[in-house]
Every structure is written in C-alpha cells, then in structure tokens.
Design a binder for this molecule. Structure first.
Ligand SMILES: C[S@@+](CC[C@H](N)C(=O)[O-])C[C@H]1O[C@@H](n2cnc3c(N)ncnc32)[C@H](O)[C@@H]1O
Length: 420
C-alpha cells in the first residue's frame, strides 16, 4: 500500500476509534452546540446576499459531519424557522455518524439524511446540487485538499455557498512540534493507540516552558477535549495548517471566491491597529492583502473560518442602506445584547489572548434591545422616535451604522432583506 493509502486508513480508523468531537447525545436535552460557519442567518447574509426566501426548500450538505455539530445546528434552525428541505450528513466514520444520528433522534429532527462515504465520491453518493455545504475541520486531513474542495464545488448550486474551517498555521505553533516528537517516539500504526495517548499526555505535561506549545499558550483542546481532543491535536495521521494566502490559493483552485472570513474584524487591520501612521500605510492594501497582514499582526489565529461562493457568482453581503433591512443578532438574544451594551462608550472584544476596545454610539443599548430579527431599520427608528422625537432617520442611521459596523465585524449581527 502507498504511504498515502496507509494514511487514509489511519485517518479513517482514528475517527472510528475516536469520534470527534466527543459528544453525549443526552446533552441535546440541555443545550445546542452552535457556532460558525452554518448559522442560518449568517449563511443568508454571506451566501445569499440576505435575500434568501425561507419558504423555498434549502438543500444542505455537511461534508465530514463527524458527530454532528453542524448537521444538528442546521437541521434544528431549519425546523425552528419552518425552512423546508433536508440536511445530508456525509462522513466516512460509522461510529461518528451513529453519535450524530442519536443526537438527531433526541431532538426528534426528521429533516436529516445520513450518507456513509468519502466526500471525494460526493458526485456519486450525494450529487446535489447543494444550496449550502458545510465542511469544517476536514479538508486539512485529506491527502489532496484541493481535490476535496473541487469535488464539493462541483456539486454546489451556481448560487450556493460553502462554509469552511481549516486550521491556521500561526495559532497552532507548537502542535506540530509535539506531533513530530510523538512520530519519533510512537509512530502511527506501529504502536498501541492507548499507549500513544498516555505517552502524549506525559510528553505535554512534562514540556519545559521554552517549548513552543507552552509558549503558544493558546492550545487547550488537550485539556478540554478528552482523549478524542488530544488524539486529534497531537496524534493525527495527517493534518496541515494554512496561512491566509494559502487559504486564498485553495479557494481559487476550486474556482470559488472567498466572501468573508469569520469573524471579519480579525482579518481587518483597520480594526486591530490603532497607530495612525500605521493605519495610513495599511490603507494601500486590498482586503485580501490586509487579511494576510492581520494574521501576521495577531499571530493567534488557530483556525480560518470562511464563506465562499462560485467564482462566477457576483453576490455581495447586504448593506444597511435601506430602511427595509432587518438586523439579526448572531449567537446572542436581544436581551443578552442589550444587557452587554454600554450606553455609549466602548465594548471590549476578546479573542485567544487578544483584547481590543471598540466604540459604540450613545443609542447602542436602545438599538440592541430592538433588534429582534423581525423589526426593520424603519421600525427600529420608529420605536426610538417615540421617546426621542428630535431624532430623525438620518441621525438614527448614523448611530446604527456605527453600532452595526462593530457588531457585524465581531460577527454578532447580520442583515436580512426582503426576498426578491
Ligand atoms: C475533525 S472531524 C470534524 C467533524 C465536524 N465537521 C466538526 O467540525 O465537528 C473530521 C471529520 O471528517 C471526516 N472525514 C475525514 N476524511 C473524510 C472524507 N474523505 N470524506 C468524508 N469525511 C471525512 C472524519 O471521519 C471526521 O468525522
């Protein structure tokens, strides 16, 4: 067998032995694991220009769905919002799929179909066309990620989109050093998996403070993720990490176009850099050069999450330039948003050891309390105007734009427009 075929087998047997991420179906009764990509409001904003008609059936493929986080999130949101259609969960690990199936059963979701197999065979086993494809944490484990993404792009509808996560090289500094050390001590396939896990734990626990993993300080999965987390991090038979320019090459090679990274502010040095001279110099960079700069500037991006569409699809995210735009909160309720919002002043945004203050307008709390995903800008202004008769739409809009500029950049708010 070739080395590549052997590694394919090791990857498959890893996910059969250690379904990832570790999930207990009973927890579905208590909470839902949510995140990006594949939040429905976000998908509408970035993939469909905010104009998706939710009464139209939506076809979703979760490629390498694992134990089901994205599948469950998508299927539950579609059920909650009455969106017809189906979610297909595709994975080559039967035990992982069994966990996802059990989670769907606990939630009584009947809009999911399970397909066992490789995403490289997607054209035969799940041909679509798909309106939306989720592929998180999978491409970087393939022998040929370009071929994997091209296979998915090939079954994507012309106006569809993909939400992807691949590892980030800079934030994972130190992980590959431990992988290499474990490769020397207990090569994959030649040693017992249980011994390898125990030995890895020992190695990580005994690293000196000078080791890059310790100096990095951002890697916690070995502590939080149980044996599957530790295995995925340090004992993977095959994984690679990407810098921003490599992500762009990967996307282009599949004839796709990157719409946005999530969260956008992490990839926009104008949000991150405060020095005016530097800001002026940064003005010369186009958005993709700026994203590459931001990655180097922050140094802590462990993953790259992004949305992409077919290269020929001209769709653009909506702007709050019409009173009919409906702002929708992402990942927090209206009450939570209003409570966290200062009455003017700043909010502090934290991410992987980095903190930054962002300025909010005086009406931030009042606006947040009215963003319920149903009111449009005109109705939000109307409600504020009842108490602030002096505030015309333009005055309101200036404050909304500042509020939205921050909330969208930190991926806490997107827009919905009336369907065409
Ligand atoms: C790190 S897990 C990610 C699971 C899930 N996407 C998530 O983010 O929670 C990677 C998953 O990809 C699956 N996988 C790896 N190679 C695959 C392939 N060629 N086709 C389909 N699934 C694959 C594995 O079985 C595993 O469940």
């Amino acid at each position: 067998m070739t080395d590549s075929g052997r590694r394919d087998q090791l990857v498959q047997s890893q996910y059969e032995g250690y379904p990832y991420p570790e999930r207990n179906p009973a927890d579905e009764k208590k909470r839902m694991n949510t995140g990006s990509p594949s939040n429905l409001a976000e998908v509408n904003h970035y993939v469909f220009g905010g104009r998706r008609d939710i009464s139209k059936p939506l076809s979703v493929l979760v490629a390498g769905g694992g134990t089901g986080d994205a599948t469950i999130q998508m299927a539950q949101q579609m059920a909650d919002f009455g969106v017809p259609g189906e979610v297909v969960h595709l994975d080559l690990s039967e035990p992982s799929q069994a966990v996802a199936q059990e989670r769907a059963k606990v939630r009584e979701l009947d809009n999911i179909r399970f397909v066992l197999g490789s995403l490289l065979d997607v054209a035969d086993i799940a041909p679509g066309p798909w309106d939306y494809i989720d592929c998180c944490g999978v491409l970087h484990h393939l022998e040929d990620p370009v071929a994997g993404l091209a296979a998915l792009a090939n079954v994507l509808a012309p106006d569809g989109g993909i939400g992807i996560m691949v590892y980030g090289a800079l934030g994972r500094i130190g992980i590959y050093h431990v992988q290499d050390m474990m490769g020397a001590l207990a090569p994959p396939g030649e040693s017992d998996d249980i011994d390898r896990v125990a030995l890895t734990r020992r190695l990580v626990d005994h690293l000196p403070p000078t080791a890059w993993l310790i100096r990095n300080g951002l890697v916690r999965d070995d502590k939080d993720g149980g044996d599957p987390g530790l295995y995925d991090l340090f004992l993977h038979a095959r994984d690679r990490a990407y810098r921003v320019p490599e992500v762009l090459d990967l996307v282009a090679s599949a004839k796709l176009r990157l719409v946005t990274f999530i969260e956008p502010y992490r990839y926009d040095p104008l949000f991150l850099v405060r020095d005016q001279q530097l800001k002026k110099a940064l003005g010369a960079l186009d958005p993709l050069e700026a994203a590459a700069f931001a990655e180097l500037y922050l140094g802590n991006l462990k993953k790259h999450v992004f949305y992409a569409v077919q290269a020929a699809n001209p769709v653009a995210p909506p702007l709050p330039d019409t009173p009919e735009a409906i702002p929708t909160l992402v990942g927090l309720t209206t009450e939570e948003a209003a409570k966290q919002m200062p009455v003017g002043g700043k909010i502090t945004v934290s991410m992987e050891g980095h903190k930054i203050d962002m300025s909010m307008p005086p009406l931030a709390r009042a606006i947040a309390a009215l963003c319920d995903g149903r009111r449009d800008l005109s109705a939000i202004h109307g409600a504020i105007h009842e108490k602030r008769a002096d505030l015309d739409y333009d005055g309101f809009k200036r404050q909304f734009d500042q509020f939205y500029g921050v909330m969208n950049a930190i991926n806490r708010m997107v827009l919905r427009l009336p369907a065409d």
